[in-house]
Design a protein. Structure first.
Ligand SMILES: NC(=O)c1ccc[n+]([C@@H]2O[C@H](COP(=O)([O-])OP(=O)(O)OC[C@H]3O[C@@H](n4cnc5c(N)ncnc54)[C@H](O)[C@@H]3O)[C@@H](O)[C@H]2O)c1
Length: 245
């Protein structure tokens, strides 16, 4: 039986690599994107060109009603979701003194509120069937903090508390809940940073390079595998040694 996997924020750098890794492990993969994402058709075509026929579902995971409708649509169209990867995320970096309320609320809603908005609709069916895998994408900066990211670090630290708490709720029902905390990964998110700032951060990475989306995807795929059934409530750090928690 093919497992059904839903990946949020799937059109981005890390999301794309996660979709490909889970498909490589034999899953039916449904990619979530923002409603009306202008890159949707080109992304689907590019994935088909490399042999991946992903499902797609629109939905704003920062919005409770939109996320709920998305969860219902996936289940109706593809069947009950076995594997959920909460990957969608944004940054709006500013020092706290300069951070406007929009930047605070948008980052909390997208990176943390989304976990509530999406997961609660899908976890009951996993528990009922006695098997499920949930992986939440956190960040090294939710573990160690980062100047200019009070909003993002708070959301990602919250993600770890959410992960451990839900893991305890559903462990007896065969559902594992884990987090992956990437360091600096070469995607659109880091491309938006000033190159000198990014280079200074990368100079501190013992592995001496930025991470690749595939480095993160491999960790996610492992946590979603049958072999990882005894791992729950954990955070897997994929940061090239930048922070050893
Ligand atoms: N790139 C890094 O260095 C890095 C490091 C640590 C953690 N992360 C985390 O990894 C995840 C993926 O990041 P990425 O680097 O691939 O970024 P990215 O910007 O390439 O992709 C993020 C994707 O999320 C989507 N998205 C944003 N808001 C959404 C919403 N409300 N609903 C649905 N989709 C939404 C975007 O459209 C985009 O496709 C994020 O959670 C991010 O915080 C990234």
């Amino acid at each position: 039986m093919k497992r059904i996997a839903l990946v949020t924020g799937a059109l981005g750098g890390i999301g794309t690599a996660i979709c490909q890794a889970l498909a490589g492990d034999g899953m039916t993969v449904v990619a979530n994107c923002l409603p009306g994402d202008p890159g949707k058709d080109a992304w689907l075509a590019a994935q088909r060109a490399v042999g991946h026929d992903f499902g797609i579902v629109e939905g704003d995971v920062a919005d409770d009603a939109s996320a709920g409708a998305m969860a219902s649509a996936v289940t109706a169209r593809y069947g009950a979701v076995d594997v959920l990867v909460n990957n969608a995320g944004i940054t709006r970096d500013r020092s706290l003194a300069r951070m406007d309320p929009d930047a605070w609320h948008a980052v909390i809603a997208t990176n943390l509120g989304s976990l509530y908005n999406v997961t609660r609709h899908l976890v009951p069916a996993m528990a009922d069937r006695g098997w499920g895998r949930i992986v939440n994408i956190a960040s090294v900066n939710g573990v160690r903090g980062q100047a200019g990211q009070t909003n993002y670090a708070a959301a990602k630290a919250g993600c770890l508390g959410f992960t451990k708490s839900l893991a305890q709720e559903v462990a007896p029902r065969g559902v594992t809940v884990n987090a992956v905390a990437p360091g600096y990964i070469a995607t659109a998110m880091t491309a938006a940073m000033r190159t000198d700032v990014l280079q200074t951060l990368l100079d501190d990475v013992p592995v001496r390079r930025a991470g690749r989306p595939e480095d993160v995807a491999a960790a996610v795929a492992f946590l979603c595998s049958a072999a990882a059934g005894y791992i729950t409530g954990s955070t897997l750090h994929v940061n090239g040694g930048l922070h050893m928690a």
